[in-house]
Write a protein that binds this ligand. Structure first.
Ligand code: TMP
Length: 212
């Protein structure tokens, strides 16, 4: 019998630890015998990784808000067509490190482009696909920026264009995540991102286990 497909997304501020948590959840699900596809936005597919480079390169200061939003959705459309839709059709569990909620909070709210513009593009790129469950790993804007800056300093990488936005921008993103989670409580689970890695993983498992 084919297992039930499931689409889970991880959301949160930069430095929330969602990437680590997604990897731990993938391992746990595989240990249960489930087939898991891990993807990320921006990123995932080969084309998505190329788009990610444009979006996050600190040298691309002139990239405008609308072009930025369209690039995030170009990445997402490719991810859907090439990876996510086929995987779900095969009954796999798909885990995505960020999805449309990120665009709602960073571009819709942070950049001020509005939720309507974001959801119009979502209808084109995602054609009604909404995550079954979204894990919001919760850290505040100050903690996020401190962690992102520490990481950038230690890794000396150039993927810093978004982290370089002001504290006010990141505070808006934080507030937007909480507003979104309050609007869709059946889909969102908020997990305290300041807890120990194992404790966060246990919380996440409690939320996911009923679905698998
Ligand atoms: P990451 O560090 O989690 O890979 O995310 C890269 C950055 O891209 C992060 O600062 C959030 C931002 N982002 C958006 O602004 N809009 C989006 O739609 C997505 C998916 C990410």
């Amino acid at each position: 019998m084919q297992k039930r497909s499931l689409f889970l997304t991880f959301e949160g501020m930069d430095g929330s630890g969602k990437t680590t948590q997604m990897r731990l959840l993938a391992e746990r699900l595989r240990a249960r015998g489930r087939d898991v596809l891990e993807t990320a936005e921006p990123g995932g597919t080969r084309i998505g990784i190329e788009i990610r480079r444009i979006l996050l390169d600190a040298a691309n200061q002139e990239l405008g808000p609308t072009a930025e939003m369209l690039l995030y959705f170009a990445c997402r459309a490719q991810n859907l067509d090439e990876w996510i839709t086929p995987a779900l059709a095969e009954g796999k569990i798909v885990l995505s490190d960020r999805f449309t909620d990120s665009t709602l909070v960073y571009q819709g709210c942070g950049r001020g482009l509005g939720a309507e513009a974001v959801m119009t593009l979502d209808r084109i790129a995602c054609r009604g696909l909404v995550p079954d469950l979204t894990l919001l790993i919760d850290i505040d804007a100050e903690t996020s920026l401190a962690r992102a800056h520490a990481r950038n300093a230690s890794q000396r990488h150039s993927e810093t264009r978004m982290d370089e936005q002001s504290l006010a921008f990141h505070r808006q993103v934080y507030a937007a995540y909480h507003a979104l989670a309050a609007r869709e409580p059946h889909r969102f689970r908020i997990v305290d991102g300041r807890a120990a890695i194992d404790a966060i993983a246990a919380e996440i498992w409690k939320a996911v286990e009923p679905y698998v």
